[in-house]
Every structure is written in structure tokens, then in C-alpha cells.
Design a protein around this ligand. Sequence first.
Ligand code: SF4
Length: 597
Amino acid sequence: MATVREPDAASDYLPARMLNEFVYCPRLYFYEHVEGVFVHNRETVEGALRHAKLDDGKGELTPADELAADDKLHSRSVTLASETHRLIAKLDLIEVAGGAVVPVDYKRGSPREDRKTGELIAWDPERVQLAVQGLVLRDNGYTCDEGVIYYVATKQRIRVPIDDALVAETLAAMQAARDVAAAGVIPPPLVDSPKCPRCSLVGVCLPDETTSLRLHKTNGQPVQQTLFEVDPPLSAQALDRPAEEEEIRRLVPARDDLRPLYLNTQGLRVGKSGYVLKLQEKETVVQEVRINEICQLNLMGNIQITTQAVQALCEQETPIAYFSMGGWFYGVTHGLGVKNIYLRREQFRLADVPGFCLRLARALVAGKIRNQRTMLQRNHVEPPASALAFLKEMQLDAERAEAFDVLLGIEGNAARVYFQHFAGMIKLDDPIAPRGEAADFNFDFRNRNRRPPRDPVNALLSLAYSILAKDLTIVSHTVGFDPYLGFYHQPRYGRPALALDLMEPFRPLIADSAVLSAINTRMVTDRDFVRAGESVALRPEGRKGFFRAYEQRMDTLVTHPIFGYRVNYRRVLEIQARLLARVLTGELTTYPVFTTR
Ligand code: SF4
């Protein structure tokens, strides 16, 4: 049996599956076909498993001119292309009978009912995908007048005539899809669509959030928000919208089931067997962790990892982050990641536009100062009125700063006053854990010092900022940014400047808060520190306690100030990075810096 020639995968053929996505939602098509973004959800995993079974076929099909009228054949997993239309399709099953061929496409769901006739029919995206299969078969010399969708859930075959009307509809969709790709502008999200909750890319697309920011109205007039206004424009104006517009659906889970894994024991070795990481101390396996249950692997200090484990984690797009023993963040290994060059191109272009950089920097710094003020208000044993007033003044000054050096000065002044009162948020009854002997360390805090940190609170703060920078570096990669090119923080070798930019408003809310919680709930005690020269660092047990406090904070549900739904901080980081990406690519003109009340 001859094998039908497979087309060159690197050519510009439009895949049938992508035309299905285009008809379902042009934005989904743009993400997958143009930007190369793909995310699995339950539906896509089930689909992949189903196709893996079907792919058992040899991909062979008797050439059209060798088919006999009485041939009855089944061919599975055949890839064919149409030179005429520049279309390509992988066909699950081709049934050959009576000299004609019928493509059979497997789908997980169920058919829909025609509203007028009550007849069971196939969904539009599936009809179009099947028509592409018919077209590529015809272009290869076969007679193909109909196809079949086989719905796995209901075990039903639905026949689809590939007639002139469907062919015309398919070719029009094909042209529209090509035009969208050529224009290079992402189509807007569907509005309030029931398709979105089922879409695998809903967490990337943020349809309701994007629509809300795009269509934002005040006093009945559409307005383009001034770029990056921080406070109060977006949250206050949101109240002007009609009540029915206020509800924004939370279409992504509030928290992720995957957890970061921190390894802290010096000399540990990470290997893998199948899809399980094996953590070994000398020859003994001390722990086993499924790769698909973690979202990142953090190696603190001298921990070895095998090439096989690195490869498996890269394949799974699970980043590996490296720290020194003291918590200094060195870098990340990750898979091939997002192939979205358009975002990076805009990031590089806008990083050279001083006005853009300054407006964004103003908003980020003002947001941080506002959050510092909120921290003192909420957590200080006796919130100092003069400091709160000063921080309010600094926030307003930051929003108006006319140059970077002015902004840096404002940021420094705000930080000085905030840290002057930081000790008032440490609420240990007895700051030194009782143990009947003189303590080497305590949680007295006078000022912020670093490189090296010279007391326990500063050691905790440095570690917290380092881990948060790592998390935002990973988020930046995930979204498709270059984390090393920022708008406020200047480029410096090895410095994840964009991650540091994004981190500004979250320093008080996540890092400082995790430090306070670690101390106040005694997850870390004065025994957990060690001094080397001037420097104070955490012992392994102390680091473990701090990671617990940090992860608890990351997992805390918080109400998004603009969208009004509750998500954990880990999700918030990604949402904010994705919104910034929208601003860079021009889809949004407003970046709502994250602040809490
Ligand atoms: S979430 Fe909705 S708008 Fe966004 S890509 Fe998916 S279907 Fe389209």
C-alpha cells in the first residue's frame, strides 16, 4: 500500500483544527495559531488522549487512482494537504466504500439540536473542520461528498453533507482567518459568551476583565483612561457603571491546585523515574513527588539535579529556580515557553520611550506607597497619623513626578518612613522566645539594611523579596515577556528588571506581610538564625518555616479591586502581568495597578 505524501509541516498551510478554533472564537485562533499559546484543560487532555489512541494507525491511505469500486477500507490518522487551498488536516478515520471516501472526526461532546427542526446536527466549528477534511481529500483525487462527526460522549454518528454551501462557508472562514493572522492584531474577546468558561485559554485571555477595561464608561461617555492612573480613577469610576455591567465573571479557578516545591536540604539529589521526581539523600530516597503536581521547583543552595529530571520538567513547562544557600536568586531554567514574539517586540520598543516608562513607573511606585500605607493602617499596633499622612502625600507626589530621579527620591522617602514604623507591626508578646538562656537574636527592627542583611528581620525581608522576584520572573516568562527588560528598573546584567517593576506594589502586600506573619505566628523564631561576620542568615529549619508563611500568603484569597472577584495572590500576579501585556500590545490603554483598601 502506498503512503500518501505528508506535506511539509513548516509551510504556510492552515490546519483544519485552527479553522475550527477560528469559527469557535477568532481570538482563540489568534492565540493558538499566531502566538503559539496553548494551555491544557480537562477537555484538551481528554481530546489528546483520545487522539493518541486513534494515532495507532499507520497514516496510510490507498491513492485515489488505485481505489477499486468494491474496496472497503478503514484508514486511521492520515495527514493530507490541499495545494489549491493551502489547507492541511489530520484525519482521525477515513472510511472507504463504493469508490468514495468519508472522513470521520471524533469529538468528545454531544451534537446540538436544530431549534427549528429538532434534528441533531453538528456544531459549526466541527462542520467547518470536517469540510476542510473533505476539501483536502478532494484535492488529492478522492470523491468525498459527506463526512461524519462521531460524538464519543453520546456514541452518535452525525452525517454532514460537504455541499457547495458548506464549502463556500469554509473557504470564507479560511480567508477571514488568514486576514486576521496577516493583520497581526488580536481580535477582541467574546462578550459574556458561554463559550469562555469552557475555553482552555480563559486564564490567558481574561475575556470579561479585558472587555470591562476596554468598554469602561463614565457619565454615559466612553473614555480612554489616562494611562496607568492609579487611584482613584478606575475603582471609583467603576461604581458609575450600570449595575448589570458590574458583575465580572471569575472564569478561572480562584487558586491553582499545583504547588511550588522548595528544596532546602544541602547535598540533596533530584532524579526522576517516569513522571515522578525522586529526592535522594546519599543512597536513600527520602521523598517522591509527581511532576504534574508541582508548578515550580526551587533549589536552595547545593542541590544536584539530573539532566533527565531537568528535561522532564522543561517538557512539562515547570520552571526550576536556583538560589544560593542564603536565598539569593540566581536564575531559572524553563522549557521553550511562549513563542509570542509580538509582545517582546513591543516591550523592547516601549522600553525606549521615556514618557511611557515614566508613566508606568509613577503608577507602580504610587501603588507601592499606597499599599505600604494600607499595611501600616491595618497592622500597626497604633497606626501613626503623621506617617500615614506623609505616605499619602508621597503617593500623590509619585503620581505627579516629572522625572525618574524625582520618583526615586519620593520612593526612598516613603520607604524610610514606612520602615521607621515597621517594628510596630511586629506583635510578639515577648519578642525573644523564652528558653531560659540569653538569646543570640531578637526581632527588634530599626531600619532596612541589606547586602548583607545584619539582623533577623532584614534577613527575612531579603529572602522574601528574592522569592517574590523569582515568582514574578517566572510569571513574566509565562506571559511571554523578557523579564530582564524593565520600564522603571534599569537593565543590569542578571537583574530581572521587569519582574522588579511588577513587584513594586506587591512588596508590602506579599513579601512584608509574609515576613510579619512568619514572626508573629512564630513560624520562624530567634533560634532559626545564624551569624557569619556581619551577615545574618536563616538556618534550613527557619527557611522552611518562612516558605510556609510565604506560601500561605500567596494562597490567601483577595478581592480584586477592579474586577471584584476573589482569587489568591499567586493568580493575581499572573492577572496583573497579563493586563500589562495588553497595554503593551495596545489592546488596553489602562493598567490598573493592584492596590488594596
Ligand atoms: S476565553 Fe472566550 S474570548 Fe477568550 S479565547 Fe476563549 S472563547 Fe475566545
